[in-house]
Design a protein around this ligand. Structure first.
Ligand SMILES: [Cu+2]
Length: 351
């Protein structure tokens, strides 16, 4: 009886953990509710392989149970060893052929999808974006468009967008589960993939390769907007002023502090070349700070004063003299009014 209580407890605990974990995650950060071409393919393969594995499990468990009951040694039974079938050709053939058929059922669509998702034949006529993974943020350079962004990747809905990906430091992995599969981002060679969203919306992305102490904070977003809004966004970004006029006196002081503290040597505004840190063009329109916190003045001041507290191991820590809370507030004021376009994550819908 005691053993049973222990087993029941363990079972209840496992059930509880499963229940709690099933509630984890964010909307638009799931492979199980696909909103893009690559994610559709992944879910189809997940369902197919799960059905086949459940079928195998069911058959094995049924045979196991029948054998357990039927060949159980009965009381007083002497001759309890069942008839031996070693070398039975029919049985050997059956249990070799059935797994081959099952593997073929999995392999054919898997290989087809693999080639399909690697098809780059339309890349030269499409939108290409160079993606750079960095500890712990993402940089996006729109090929031939003179537009660069960080952390928020805007794409037109319903179009294949081709990504050419490299890392500036260690290996990262680009993963936006709701619209596409994963792709490693290496320092030595370029990997490519395409993404295509079916619906407008904001899709959360993650780095899926352990890359340092803040790996789990290396979040970004893909923002899919209508083709018209995308053209508008691109146009607004192309016309972004590299030296934007601050809106008020505090922002003006913030801009001076931004320059005095040498922030510009790492952070570009507009399409200038600095890319040691994230490009800050249109910064005020982002919805998150450093990929993980709500973007507001309070959080931004904390970040400027002590970036290490939020993202351990980031490259901003120690790169500039200490700033007071008052100074950080002014810099924050300046950054938050960098607003180049009406196309924002909120306008894309389900943020
Ligand atoms: Cu990473």
């Amino acid at each position: 009886m005691k053993g049973w209580t222990g087993k029941l407890r363990a079972f209840a605990l496992l059930g509880f953990v499963a229940l709690v974990l099933s509630a984890c995650g964010k909307e638009n950060l799931t492979a199980l509710d696909p909103k893009g071409y690559g994610a559709d393919q992944s879910l189809y393969l997940i369902i197919l392989t799960t059905i086949i594995m459940l079928f195998v499990l069911a058959v094995v468990m049924i045979v196991y149970t029948i054998v357990l009951i039927r060949y159980r040694k009965k009381k007083g039974q002497e001759d309890y060893i069942p008839k031996q079938v070693e070398g039975n050709r029919t049985l050997e053939t059956v249990w070799t052929v059935i797994p081959i058929i099952l593997l073929l059922i999995i392999a054919v669509p898997t290989v087809t999808a693999t080639f399909d998702l690697a098809d780059e034949s339309a890349a030269s006529d499409s939108l290409n974006i160079d993606v750079t993974g960095n500890q712990y943020w993402w940089h996006f350079n729109y090929d031939g468009q003179e537009v660069q962004t960080s952390q928020d990747l805007y794409i037109p809905v319903g179009e294949r967008v081709y990504l050419n990906m490299m890392s500036s430091d260690v290996i990262h992995s680009f993963w936006v589960p709701t619209i596409a599969g994963k792709m490693d981002v290496n320092p030595e060679n370029e990997n490519t993939m395409y993404i295509e969203a079916h619906e407008e919306g904001v899709y959360w992305g993650k780095c899926a390769e352990f890359c340092g102490p803040s790996h789990s904070l290396m979040d970004f977003k893909v923002i899919a907007v209508s083709p018209e809004e995308f053209d508008q966004w691109l146009n607004d970004m192309q016309n972004a002023d590299p030296e934007p006029e601050p809106e008020n006196a505090v922002a003006q002081e913030g801009q001076s502090l931004f320059e005095e503290n040498n922030c510009m040597s790492c952070h570009a505004i507009g399409s200038s070349s600095a890319s040691i840190g994230p490009n800050l063009t249109n910064y005020g329109n982002r919805s998150t700070l450093a990929g993980v916190e709500d973007l507001n003045k309070e959080n931004l001041v904390d970040w400027i004063m002590d970036p290490e507290a939020l993202k351990p191991g980031n490259k901003m820590t120690g790169q500039y003299p200490e700033v007071s809370e008052n100074e950080a507030g002014k810099i924050a004021e300046y950054l938050l009014q960098l607003d180049e376009t009406d196309i924002t994550p909120e306008s894309a819908g389900n943020e």
